[in-house]
Structures are given as C-alpha cells and as structure tokens.
Design a protein around this ligand. Sequence first.
Ligand code: MLT
Length: 205
Amino acid sequence: MLTYQHLYQPGQDPSAPPLLLLHGTGGNERDLLPLAAALSPGSAVLSPRGDVSEGGALRFFARLAEGVFDPAEVARRTHALADFVAAAAAHYRFEPPHLIAVGFSNGANIATTMLQLRPEVLGGAVLLRAMVVLDQSAAPGSLAGRRVLLINGQRDPLVPADHPPRLAALLRAGGAEVSLEMMPHGHGLTQADLTAAQRWLRFSL
Ligand code: MLT
C-alpha cells in the first residue's frame, strides 16, 4: 500500500539510478527536488512526505528532545517507510537494489535506520548531516555491495562530533562501503555538499 503522501517522477534516463528523497524536519516532498535534479538529472524520483508532526513541522519519526529518540518508535516508523518503499517499487516498477536514498537531517537519519533494519529496500545512500539514532550495528553481510556517502559539518550544532565516525562504523559492520566527508560547515547544505555527492554518484555506479 502506498501509505505515505508522496511525489513520483518517472526517470528520463534508464541508466540513472532511481532516487528516494527524504526531507529534513519542517520540509516536504518538494524540498530536495532541486538537489536531485542537480545530482542526477535523468533519475526517477520517489519523494514521500514525513507523516509525524512536531508542532506542524513534518518529520519521519518523533523526537523527544533535541537528539533524543524512542528506539521502538523509530523502528516502527522505519519499517512503515520501508514497506512503503517496497510497495512503491512494485507499483512504479523500479528495482530496490538500484534505489539510492538522498536524505537530509531527519531524512538522512531515517535512511540510516532503513540501512540498519531493512537493508533490502536500498541500494545505497547519500546521508547529509546524519547522526546516530539507533546505536546498533547493521547485521554482518546485510549491506554487502551497498555504497554510502556520509557528509557532515565540522561546525554542526545538532550532530555531536563523534557521531559521523560512529555511524560509518555501524554501517561498515554490515559490509557497506562507506565514505565519510567532513565539511567546514554547519547543519545547512552548501554547494560543496552537492559537488561531493555528484562526484560520489558518478564513481559509485
Ligand atoms: C532528528 O531529529 O532526526 C535530528 O535531530 C535531525 C533533525 O533535527 O531533524
């Protein structure tokens, strides 16, 4: 069932990977469209809208306080989103092993928890400003063949400095090939993120 409000744009280039866009807190399914268009112009795009409201700001799972989460709720929301992605793949006819998640902030966080809990629905991910939400390693071998790019900011007030390397280790434990880039920036995205993601995508396919 296509349980999330979402936007789908068919791809123009069959060799370009389909992208799963996951917006940050307070965003919606249109936020990352310009980024996707710049990153991989011919890609099909699936972009769900977060279904959890934090005072009207949409997200993909609840936040008890800044950086504080309920692991059971995160797991439940992660499975719900993964079920949606699997249903959308069948409906729109794309192959989950080719699907690349592009997530920002809360969207990067749920992309990460999908890699940890439901690795079969993604082929790889660009995680922009992600943090450790579920402190558990991916199951050994579960992420074999998956490529992940983590881009974090050295001056990000929301993501503690030890989180990016910890996150990389949690995903590498599952066999993912993880690249971690630290930018001299904060939580917001910059042109440097786009350039790094373009370079990674070009060499990862
Ligand atoms: C989260 O809640 O996922 C992180 O704090 C990032 C965000 O503010 O959305």
